[in-house]
Design a protein. Structure first.
Length: 212
């Protein structure tokens, strides 16, 4: 098994210290940082994403795999910067105003990062204005809004309205998700995308980033 495959396998098992060690070893063997990232870390996280989508793994496995990925990425960061490797896109993510639930949001964030997208995490209880301001400041491609309470869903409509009011329509895609959200609701507020799970959200996001 190649060292890249070892990185991919150990990431899926959530073995963070082993992944860190293998990434350091791969760099010492002069394997390009981008190759380690794409074929080792991101490829491993993609497998986890697919398994999560198919209910073959669950939240705890996703969390430990994401931790292992972060261990590896932290080693690679200076090399990626020096090689001029850019993120595949930028997403602003948060749970809407009045809602403090963050488990779903955090899983989507991990899946996005697993696709090589830079994520600006605004946390929970985020006002519509804050989403749009962060998107402008960071030149984001996507705004991802999460809600778990039916009472807070309306805030997503306000995000869509502000994106239009700020002349960002077509430049910034609005993605919505969470337990009470449906495709019908997504269409009714004029958002760009709704998905039923975090892995599908990451797939849609990477597609948006390549189109914009």
């Amino acid at each position: 098994m190649s060292i890249i495959d070892e990185i991919k396998e150990n990431l899926q098992r959530g073995k963070a210290p082993v992944v860190k060690e293998l990434v350091e070893k791969a760099l010492a063997e002069n394997i390009p940082a981008e190759q380690i990232l794409d074929n080792g870390l991101l490829a491993g996280m993609n497998v986890i994403g697919e398994k999560f989508k198919n209910n073959e793994v669950f939240v705890p496995e996703v969390l430990v795999a994401a931790r292992a990925m972060n261990f590896g990425v932290n080693v690679l960061k200076p090399y990626l910067v020096s090689q001029g490797v850019e993120a595949k896109g930028t997403a602003v993510i948060g749970t809407v105003k009045g809602d403090l639930h963050d488990i779903g949001k955090n899983i989507v964030k991990m899946m996005l990062e697993g696709k090589g997208i830079a994520v600006i995490d605004l946390g929970t209880d985020v006002a519509a204005e804050a989403f749009v301001e962060a998107a402008k400041e960071n030149n984001a491609n996507i705004i991802c809004c999460s809600a778990l309470l039916t009472t807070t869903m309306g805030e997503m409509k306000r995000v869509v309205e502000l994106v239009k009011a700020n002349g960002l329509e077509g430049k910034v895609k609005v993605m919505v998700g969470g337990a009470p959200i449906t495709q019908q609701f997504c269409e009714s507020i004029g958002a760009d995308c709704y998905t039923t799970d975090a892995a599908s959200a990451a797939d849609a996001a990477i597609k948006f980033c390549s189109e914009i």
